[in-house]
Design a binder for this molecule. Sequence first.
Ligand SMILES: NS(=O)(=O)c1ccc(C(=O)O)c(S(=O)(=O)NCCc2ccccc2)c1
Ligand SMILES: [Zn+2]
Length: 258
Amino acid sequence: FLQVASPVPQGPNKWHEQFPIAKGQRQSPIDIVTSNAKVDKALSDNPLKVSYSNNCCQSVTNTGASFQVVVDGAGTEISGGPLDSTYKLVQFHAHWGPLGGDEGSEHTVDGVTYPAELHLVHWNQKYKDVGEAVDKPDGLAVIGVFFSRGKEHAGFKPISDLFAKVPRKADKVDISFNYDPACLLPARRDYWTYLGSLTTPPLFESVTWIVMKDPVEVSAEQLAALRNLLWETPSGEGQMCNNYRPPQPLQGRLVRST
Ligand SMILES: NS(=O)(=O)c1ccc(C(=O)O)c(S(=O)(=O)NCCc2ccccc2)c1
Ligand SMILES: [Zn+2]
């Protein structure tokens, strides 16, 4: 009858004990100080190209830290902008705050938080697979999209409706319908870009971040649906929330802007 509780994951301020890179020189997320961002004409001269297919999404999983839509790489490529090669989408997930709150995003803009932030994770095709790419300085490119609270996002609904089907860690449901993740991007494709890291352990400094300037609106109900996902808390199973890392020191990095 002796219950051995699975170790509840340590919060962000303890990660450096097991992952010293947490105090590294190119950690993410950051606060984007818009007046310090430098417009780089080169980014618009070679526009970011997003060519996703609409049947690339395979399943939704509860990873115990977020939801994760797993994508087969067929045809889901990005290139251009800050990227020197083609990167393929491997998964997308999100980070969010407390019910009804305005914090939850990982990046902030002049100190302003959004209730959630979507991450579309891509790996550099110069490597043989995501496992090889994940810890290389140019291994990953993550597109960040801020979610604001407003009208329902029709494109996000097929995904947010699935969260109730994957309440527990490792729960997984197949995506049987065609789905094009590009519908989650804002219409205006302007972004900030900088060199950073994964925002969860192992915190590898391998990410070229592309943070879209415009948020996309999702409804309060769709934000609430994120809490159908459950996770381990110190007092047992609870609603998954506040799974975001706060902004990290910029360490003199340049943030470029379109
Ligand atoms: N917030 S974030 O975009 O930085 C991010 C968060 C979590 C993960 C993850 O899958 O654990 C990822 S991941 O998809 O990049 N996976 C990293 C862990 C990994 C290690 C070894 C092989 C594959 C993936 C990214
Ligand atoms: Zn993330």
